[in-house]
Design a protein around this ligand. Structure first.
Ligand code: SF4
Ligand code: SF4
Length: 363
């Protein structure tokens, strides 16, 4: 999970890169050799939940289980190489699957922190007991994002496909607040057909909760690990899509108003408006200008490096110790060119790596 919102979360509490024996790279780069602005390590595709909106828990349709995952050392090499290519205040995001299922996650986070990165991890909260909260604290994790879809316990558990997830999540928030002081806790909540009627109640609760920094509101997408469908909201997964367009549009107006009033909503107003448009006209193009995904780097659970998942793999972190070989390769330039000219009606950008078109700015 990814994104513009990372940028709004950076602060200046970084160890200088030189403390880790690395000089930041200030070289001038041309248009196709852009410095990455966002990196997401999808460190595992495994998950213990059975979410209705994500099928990571089924066998991956693209990655076979027999394919080797990177070692901890290979992740460290990747991070060390990356550090030389990016500016200070750079955010490394750990996602999945459920990242806590990756054996070695705390060691990799600690290494990233030591290099001077800001670290951010997405989790469903199910495994965050006292011990794991302490491990996060000791590793130096900066931010954690937990998924909460409803204050109705039964509804959250229904959407997440496993009984008890809601209670575990509430315990996770308590454990992090108590045993991992300083780690910023925020939530991600998605507007579905099932929960939109109670959504304001959820945002009010988050706003009052003193341990929660903010919430990022998202729009539903075609579930992960499913074959792309052109109009997914009309097909097999349409049960997720809010049916009453007028009602969901008025919900988005209310959320925009709450944002203006200073509620702890992390989205920009432009992003909330884009989500509203998406609910009204899902076929409409999201971006009026070119896509900004050319600044991103995604690493899959088997080490493949992508800039955008819809385009070719540009390398694998298992095959090189020098990230320049991947990020500044001819292949990477070629893919960045394709991204800049991409005409896909891609909704991914509403939730992730959203940047407002210039005429949406100013709020
Ligand atoms: S949405 Fe998150 S918690 Fe649910 S199955 Fe996918 S990875 Fe697991
Ligand atoms: S598919 Fe196209 S529009 Fe969507 S994120 Fe990739 S490059 Fe951007």
């Amino acid at each position: 999970m990814s994104n513009e919102f990372m940028k709004s979360q950076v602060n200046n509490n970084y160890y200088p890169a030189k403390a880790a024996g690395i000089d930041a790279n200030d070289e001038v780069i041309d248009n196709n050799m852009v410095k990455p602005e966002f990196v997401c390590l999808g460190i595992t595709d495994s998950c213990m939940l059975r979410c209705k909106m994500c099928y990571k828990w089924e066998e991956d349709i693209f990655i076979k289980k027999t394919q080797q995952v990177p070692t901890i050392e290979q992740y460290k090499n990747f991070l060390k190489g990356l550090r030389q290519l990016v500016n200070d205040n750079f955010v490394v995001n750990f996602g999945g699957g459920e990242p806590l299922l990756f054996d070695g996650i705390f060691e990799i986070i600690a290494y990233a922190v030591q290099l001077g990165f800001r670290t951010n991890l997405n989790s469903n909260g199910f495994l965050i007991n006292k011990d794991n909260a302490i491990h996060f604290y000791e590793a130096g994790l900066h931010d954690i994002k937990l998924s909460l879809d409803s204050l109705d316990k039964k509804m959250h558990d229904y959407l997440r496909g496993v009984n008890g997830v809601y209670d575990q999540l509430m315990r996770a928030i308590d454990n992090l607040a108590r045993y991992a002081p300083g780690i910023e806790i925020s939530l991600i909540s998605v507007v579905y057909e099932h929960n939109y009627r109670e959504f304001i109640k959820l945002i009010e609760w988050i706003n009052r909760h003193e341990k929660i920094k903010h919430v990022l509101i998202m729009a539903p997408m075609q579930p992960n690990n499913t074959y792309p469908e052109n109009r997914w909201w009309k097909g097999k997964y349409s049960f997720l899509w809010p049916k009453d367009t007028r009602a969901v549009s008025s919900l988005m107006d209310e959320l925009i108003e709450m944002k203006k009033q200073g509620y702890k909503i992390n989205n920009t107003i432009g992003q909330l408006r884009a989500a509203k448009d998406y609910f009204i006209y899902p076929e409409k193009f999201v971006k009026k200008t070119h896509c900004n995904m050319y600044k991103a780097v995604h690493v899959s659970s088997i080490g493949q490096v992508y800039i955008c998942f819809n385009y070719e793999i540009i390398g694998n972190i298992k095959n090189t110790d020098d990230m320049r070989n991947i990020l500044y390769s001819d292949k990477a330039r070629e893919v960045r060119d394709k991204i800049k000219n991409c005409k896909k009606n891609c909704h991914f950008l509403i939730n992730c790596f959203f940047e407002e078109d210039s005429n949406d700015k100013g709020h």
